[in-house]
Design a protein around this ligand. Structure first.
Ligand SMILES: N[C@@H](CCC(=O)N[C@@H](CS)C(=O)NCC(=O)O)C(=O)O
Length: 218
């Protein structure tokens, strides 16, 4: 362990881990990054969280946070320079709840439709389109999901909407113009690009990689 720094167990392409990394990056918190392979998870991960899911953040005092949204909220408690989670908390929490449940279930069926042969791809696409329409409507009247400024909810939803868009980008861009613009602005942001750096899989015999965000918010 790099002395006293929080340790993040992460997987680059996991949407939950992406949003946790964005939260940590925005807050400018340094940490030790341990990239794992989901197919071959290290014992060290199970030792601190029996669920074995990523992301998991272990603080210097031993406290373990193993839900991505709690990692973001912890990071924002340390430093929230642009007030990402100071207002409209109920609305934000409701959006996250809907994303993590209804939207995620529909996304899995749409993305992995071959594994769910009970219905046709079109049916799964029509289901998720209902959620996408609601987002698109929100973005007609405001620049971000809950107003004119980026909030925690935007960050929490973005990796999932990105995954959904990439199933059929042409269809997504054609049908959800506002959402498509919103997504592009995040995909091109310094924040998102910075957290998508590739890291080699953590070797359990050594330390992870020191992540230091000096300058990210400038
Ligand atoms: N509710 C958790 C979900 C995390 C999660 O499901 N992560 C996936 C990777 S994207 C995972 O670890 N899957 C492995 C498994 O479910 O065993 C969170 O928000 O952190």
């Amino acid at each position: 362990m790099i002395v006293d720094l929080p340790v993040l167990y992460s997987f680059r392409r996991c949407p939950y881990a992406m949003r946790a990394r964005m939260g940590l990056a925005y807050s400018g918190l340094s940490y030790e990054h341990r990239e794992i392979s989901l197919k071959d998870r290290p014992q060290g991960l199970y030792d601190i969280s029996s669920k074995g899911t990523v992301p998991v953040l272990q603080l210097g005092n031993g406290i373990v946070i193993d839900e991505s949204i709690d990692i973001i909220k912890w990071a924002l408690d340390q430093n929230d320079p642009e007030d990402w989670y100071q207002y409209q908390k109920e609305d934000q929490d409701r959006l996250v709840e809907m994303n993590d449940n209804e939207f995620k279930k529909r996304l899995d069926k749409y993305k992995y439709h071959v594994r769910f042969p009970d219905n046709a791809l079109e049916d799964y696409r029509n289901d998720i389109a209902k959620n996408l329409e609601l987002y698109d409507e929100r973005l007609l009247s405001s620049r971000y999901m809950v107003g004119e400024k980026i909030q925690l909810a935007d960050i929490a939803l973005m990796p999932f909407i990105r995954q959904c868009a990439h199933v059929d980008l042409f269809w997504f861009n054609e049908n959800f113009e506002n959402l498509s613009k919103w997504l592009t602005s995040f995909k091109e942001s310094k924040l998102f690009i910075s957290i998508m750096t590739k890291h080699k899989i953590w070797d359990q015999a050594s330390e992870g990689i020191l992540i230091n965000w000096d300058g990210i918010n400038q």
